[in-house]
Write a protein that binds this ligand. Structure first.
Ligand code: FAD
Length: 316
C-alpha cells in the first residue's frame, strides 16, 4: 500500500513541466519499495507516455478520453484508477486544472486534501510543508491519514531525468457520459504580444521599484543596449503598463534565461517561482534585505535610477 499515483497535466498538445516533476515527488513518497504510477488522461496519450517514461517511473496508465482537460472526465477516471490501484497517495499539480478537480476528487474518495505542497517528509507519518504570508512563514502539516490527495506546487521538485523502463498500460474506464457536463470549445490568445519571454536568453525584468509607467523607458533602453527582452513582476502587469505575456512568476510565465536582471523587484516567492531556474541572476535593488538577494548571483544595492542609465551607457 505504499504505491503513489500522480495525475500528469498537458495542454494544447504539450505536457506541462510539472508533469516531469511529479515522478520525483512520487518517488520521495513511495520510497524504494513502492511503485510510482503516472496517469495521462486525454490527448495523444501514447506520445505523452513515451515522453514521461523517465527514470524511477514504474507504470504509466494511459486513458484516451478527450483531447483537453475536462473536470468530469478527470474525476471519473482518477476515481476509477484509485479503485483499481489503491495507491496510498494521489498527487496532482497545484495548477488551474489540478485545483479544479482535486477538491471534487478528495470528496469522492474520502481522502483528506492538502493543497500547494512545497515539500514532503515521510518518516512513518507524512508531514508536508506549505508556505504562508507570501513565503515568509512555512507551515508543517501532519497528514493524519493513511491515504491522502496532495496538490504540489510546480517548480518545487526537480524534473525526473534519464530514460526509464516503465510499463505503459492502457486503462479502460466506462465513463458515465451523462455526468460530463462541460467541454473545452477552444483557446484564444488574450493580449498575446510579439515576444515570448520564455525563449529569451537575456531578460531585463522590471518591478514596482520603477514607480511610474513613463520610467519604463530606461528599462527598454537597457534592454536595447543588451539585446535583451523586457519582462516584469506582476504589479507592472496589474497596472496595465506591460501586457500579461511579460509577467514572470507563479501566475505568469516560467523562464530559464542565461541571464536574468531583476530591477526594482523584491523577490516575492510567487515571482521567484518563475525565474529561479535562470543561470545567472543579477539584482538591482536599493534594499539590501530584499529577498531577491537570497537567490541573486550578483547584486547592485543602489538606486535603480542611477544604476540602469549607467549600465545602458556602458553597454551602448
Ligand atoms: C496567488 C498569487 C500569485 C502571484 N503571482 C505572481 C507572479 O506570477 N509574478 C509576480 O511577480 N508576482 C506575483 N504575485 C505577487 C507577489 O506576491 C508580489 O506582490 C510581487 O511579486 C511584488 O512585485 P515587485 O517585486 O515588483 O514589487 P515589490 O514587492 O513592491 O518590490 C519592489 C522592490 O523595488 C525596490 N525599490 C524601490 N525603489 C527602488 C529604487 N529606486 N531603486 C532600486 N530598488 C528600488 C524595493 O526595495 C522593493 O524590494 C502573486 C501573488 C499572489 C497572491
Amino acid at each position: 500500500m505504499s504505491d503513489v499515483l500522480a495525475i500528469t497535466e498537458h495542454r494544447r498538445g504539450e505536457l506541462r513541466d510539472v508533469s516531469f516533476e511529479l515522478p520525483t515527488a512520487c518517488r520521495e513518497l513511495a520510497g524504494e519499495s513502492g511503485d510510482v504510477h503516472l496517469a495521462v488522461i486525454g490527448g495523444d496519450v501514447d506520445a505523452f507516455a513515451a515522453e514521461l517514461d523517465r527514470d524511477g517511473v514504474d507504470v504509466i496508465h494511459t486513458v484516451a478520453e478527450g483531447e483537453e482537460f475536462n473536470h468530469d472526465v478527470y474525476t471519473q477516471v482518477v476515481e476509477a484508477l484509485v479503485a483499481a490501484l489503491e495507491p496510498r497517495y494521489v498527487l496532482a499539480p497545484h495548477s488551474v486544472n489540478g485545483l479544479d478537480y482535486a477538491p471534487a476528487l478528495a470528496q469522492r474518495l474520502g481522502y483528506p486534501l492538502v493543497t500547494d505542497v512545497v515539500a514532503c517528509d515521510l518518516d512513518g507519518e507524512l508531514t508536508v510543508t506549505r508556505e504562508l504570508y507570501n513565503g515568509k512563514t512555512e507551515a508543517g502539516v501532519a497528514v493524519e491519514s493513511e491515504l491522502a490527495l496532495l496538490t504540489i506546487r510546480p517548480g518545487e521538485w526537480e524534473p525526473a531525468e534519464g530514460a526509464g523502463d516503465a510499463r505503459i498500460e492502457a486503462f479502460d474506464v466506462e465513463l458515465d457520459e451523462s455526468a460530463v457536463g462541460s467541454t473545452v470549445t477552444g483557446f484564444e490568445e488574450v493580449g498575446a504580444g510579439d515576444v515570448d519571454i520564455s525563449e529569451a536568453d537575456v531578460l531585463v525584468s522590471v518591478g514596482r521599484g520603477i514607480q511610474e509607467e513613463e520610467n519604463l523607458d530606461i528599462i527598454f533602453e537597457l534592454a536595447d543596449a543588451l539585446e535583451a527582452t523586457v519582462s516584469s513582476s506582476r504589479p507592472i502587469v496589474d497596472n496595465g503598463w506591460l501586457p500579461p505575456d511579460r509577467q514572470v512568476g507563479q501566475s505568469g510565465k516560467q523562464v530559464t534565461p542565461e541571464v536574468y536582471i531583476a530591477i526594482g523587484i523584491s523577490g516575492a516567492v510567487q515571482h521567484v517561482a518563475g525565474m529561479k531556474g535562470a543561470e545567472t541572476i543579477i539584482a538591482i535593488n536599493d534594499d539590501p534585505s530584499a529577498p531577491i538577494y537570497d537567490i541573486a548571483d550578483y547584486g547592485i544595492v543602489d538606486d535603480l535610477f542611477d544604476v540602469v542609465p549607467a549600465l545602458t551607457e556602458q553597454f551602448s
